[in-house]
Design a protein around this ligand. Structure first.
Ligand code: ASP
Length: 302
């Protein structure tokens, strides 16, 4: 079976003329290429998703890992989800602060815990136990994001909360993969929306909303306005559309249409179905993405 890796860099409020988008597309291409190498070497879909998401989390342009948007108090709180389509096992973490690659912690939960979802201090303790590299939360803040925080807050004072409403969109990252054995996996990682309130968790770590993977249908990763996406459990919805006979592309489009009709929300989706067909849809200004089928060259867009 031909392997497939497909990644996105968020359906955020991209300005098509800004140089941020021109940095995000190469990041997606690098992530797809990294995932492709893993699959070519016989790695599993879960391995490929973790590797690709690492590349995106490490890129400071994107809202995950380093580059995560600070919340209303200037602190980073990140969410991540990983799902294995073979077993339906999942791992999720929310509001973690000292972990450079939250997707690896989500994978650890998926593979090593009897539970599915960890938050806050319990999640951080698990990272310690798992030997997952920790970092100072300020290492994850980029100069660009700090400058924006200061401009909204009027200072660096973290006891003062930004009173403006949270930004509706981020530049969450995600990946879906199909391996040579026909197994699907999905992963999503985010710093959430700009100056969200402390403790706010979006759709990204919620199974079925931020992502879903089921070998019987598809693997999907979502991005966009979390408060809307979770209302229609959009990733599971897209998988169900595939199950009812739609192609991966038509399923993504139908799920975005449903998002608009039921919530008036904005977002984007990527999907691979069990036959290795890809789908990409969004109703925002843009969504950088890239994919690689078998050993063919990486294809990208936004
Ligand atoms: N869905 C993410 C959240 O609401 C943000 C994004 O994907 O842009 O946290």
């Amino acid at each position: 079976m031909k392997t497939v890796i497909l990644v996105h860099g968020g359906a955020g409020a991209w300005d098509k003329s800004s140089d941020r988008l021109s940095r995000a597309v190469p990041a997606c291409r690098a992530a797809a290429a990294a995932g492709q190498s893993v699959l070519a070497a016989g790695g599993s879909a879960v391995d490929a998703v973790e590797t690709a998401v690492h590349v995106l989390e490490d890129d400071p342009t994107l809202d995950a890992g380093r580059g995560s948007y600070p919340n209303a108090k200037g602190n980073v709180e990140m969410d991540a989800l990983m799902m294995d389509g073979r077993t339906l096992n999942m791992g999720a973490v929310a509001a973690v602060q000292r972990i450079q690659n939250p997707i690896s912690l989500a994978r650890y939960v998926l593979e090593h815990s009897e539970h599915n979802f960890f938050v806050g201090p319990g999640a951080e303790a698990l990272a310690e136990k798992a030997g997952i590299p920790r970092c100072d939360p300020t290492d994850l803040l980029t100069e660009e994001n700090l400058t924006y925080f200061r401009s909204q807050n009027g200072s660096d004072d973290k006891s003062k909360e930004i009173s403006a409403p949270a930004g509706p969109l981020g530049d969450t990252v995600g990946a879906v993969a199909l391996d040579a054995d026909g197994n699907l996996a999905a992963g999503t990682s985010t710093g959430g929306t700009r100056h969200k309130l402390p403790g706010r968790v979006g759709d990204s770590p919620l199974v079925g909303s931020g992502g879903y993977a089921d070998n019987w249908t598809a693997a999907v990763s979502a991005t966009g306005h979390g408060e809307s996406l979770m209302k229609i459990v959009i990733s599971k919805q897209a998988c169900d559309f595939v199950g009812s006979g739609l192609s991966a592309q038509a399923a993504c489009e139908a799920a975005i249409q449903l998002l608009v009709e039921r919530t008036n929300g904005r977002g984007g989706l990527i999907a691979i179905n069990a036959r290795g067909q890809v789908g990409v849809a969004y109703n925002t200004n843009g969504m950088p993405y890239a994919y690689a089928i078998g050993t063919e060259p990486v294809v990208s867009g936004h």
